[in-house]
Design a protein around this ligand. Structure first.
Ligand code: LLP
Length: 432
């Protein structure tokens, strides 16, 4: 994390002390480093230097904050989206519709219409019926929708079971053996410009062998489809490269990835799309939190922080490891369970962890949460959605407000519940 470091005993995000951000915004707050975003975006692009025709589409699901997307748009990245909401996020951030790829297993008619109307650059089809619907909607508009067929290569990405997507048993893509006949059929539809293939086998992949195996299967399919007379000009190789979450771990070897892709695809003669999410954004974010209590436990204390599983789901959902440090480390260490205020045991960020010594009121932070952090937050326990801050050099700004009472701001009583209630909310409704 080059942009998060100690200076004068205080952790900084670039040139801004995290204490300053906590004073300005309160906690919990996600803090993103524009510099790290740029560095990762460039590192990814540079590793693919040997690929002549390529398109880089940031996976918006990893971090849809408009300020983050803007930094990446300025780096020349387009977007990989999976919903109408993500379409709006990418367009609002200033991304060109033409540079947007629409992935996702369950696109609705409305979402397809919106994407067609916006002029999205590529649709990655997940099933034959979706291709038929898209063709019909495009033809109605006198348009030919650029599309690829996402195939399921039946390769195990050897990552966490909940984020592996390339096995035959997973819901994603068209079984690779069925692809030729489905491709034949969809290629005849007037509203579709079927121009290639897409693949994505999972996320947090550190071992390149499964990616290579998947790409080789796609290469064989590409050759087979050309023999059947199809013209293929585009292949989307998805995302999935993993990052280091624990001290001593390494990011996926991006140079080796670039070399592997160049080697496997050297005779493909297509334009390649890449959809990195985590690799670009993970290390660019931390979650700033304050210690509420240190409570004695049977073996060691519970450090109760003001961030909870609703703010950062990954430990509860995937048993994910996020390093945790004090903002002002005093040199001493303790062993603790790090937990949040939510009322379930799943609200545990770490067990038996060696961490900096912390007392109530101290600031601390979780590392490597710029991807799949804020975007997966909920309002469980009627908690607020955390604020988000972007730092760039010595400047910082709130780029997402803390949303208090988000859980019930949109709720209403049913009309028949109006009488006999005297809550403040009911009074408000009666006054309206
Ligand atoms: N393209 C497609 C079609 C995807 O489904 C995904 C991620 C990506 C690209 C980006 O993958 P990345 O480069 O970030 O690995 N919430 C989970 C991760 C879910 C990933 C879903 N798909 C987590 O926190 O680990």
């Amino acid at each position: 994390m080059p942009s998060f470091r100690l200076a004068g005993g205080v952790m900084h995000a670039e040139a801004v002390p995290l204490t300053t951000i906590a004073e300005a915004t309160g906690t919990p707050t996600y803090v993103y480093s524009a510099q790290t975003l740029r560095l990762s975006a460039r590192r990814f692009r540079d590793a693919l230097g040997g690929i002549p025709h390529k398109h880089l589409a940031f996976a918006v699901k990893a971090n849809p904050n408009c300020a983050v997307l803007r930094v990446l748009a300025e780096e020349g990245y387009g977007a990989d989206i999976v919903s109408g909401g993500e379409l709006a996020a990418a367009l609002d951030a200033g991304m060109n519709a033409h540079d947007i790829v629409f992935s996702g297993t369950g696109k609705t008619r409305r979402e397809l219409q919106a994407a067609l109307d916006a002029g999205v650059g590529q649709f990655n089809l997940e099933l034959e019926a979706e291709g038929e619907m898209l063709a019909q909607l495009a033809a109605e508009r006198g348009y030919c929708a650029p599309a690829t067929l996402r195939v399921n290569p039946d390769v195990d990405a050897a990552t966490h079971a909940k984020i592996t997507t390339g096995r035959a048993s997973s819901k994603f893509g068209i079984p690779i053996n069925d692809a030729p006949t489905i491709y034949d059929r969809l290629a005849t539809l007037p509203g579709l410009q079927l121009r290639g293939l897409a693949v994505h086998i999972g996320s947090q992949i550190l071992d390149l062998a499964p990616l290579q195996a998947a790409y080789e299967r796609v290469g064989a399919l590409l050759a087979g489809l050309r023999k059947r007379g199809h013209v293929l000009t585009h292949v989307d190789l998805g995302g999935g490269l993993g990052v280091a979450y624990r001290k001593g771990q390494c990011d996926a070897d991006i140079a080796a990835y670039g070399a592997m892709v160049a080697h496997v695809t050297k005779d493909w003669d297509v334009s390649l799309t890449f959809e990195p999410g985590r690799f670009i954004a993970a290390a660019a974010g931390i979650l700033l939190t304050r210690v509420l209590w240190v409570k004695p436990g049977p073996a060691h204390p519970f450090v109760i922080v003001d961030a909870a599983m609703n703010d950062l789901m990954r430990p509860a959902l995937y048993d994910a490891w996020h390093e945790f440090s004090a903002v002002r480390p005093n040199g001493s260490q303790m062993i603790a369970d790090i937990v949040g205020p939510v009322c379930e045991t799943g609200d545990t960020f770490a067990r038996d962890r060696h961490i900096d010594q912390l007392s109530p009121g101290d600031l601390a932070f979780f590392h490597t949460v710029g991807a799949y952090g804020a975007t997966m937050a909920s309002t469980y326990n009627c908690r607020a959605l955390a604020a988000e801050v972007l730092v760039d050099g010595d400047r910082f700004a709130v780029v997402a407000d803390r949303l208090d009472q988000a859980a019930f701001a949109r709720q209403h009583f049913a009309p028949w519940q109006r009488s006999g209630l005297s809550s403040a909310k009911m009074r408000e409704e009666m006054e309206d």
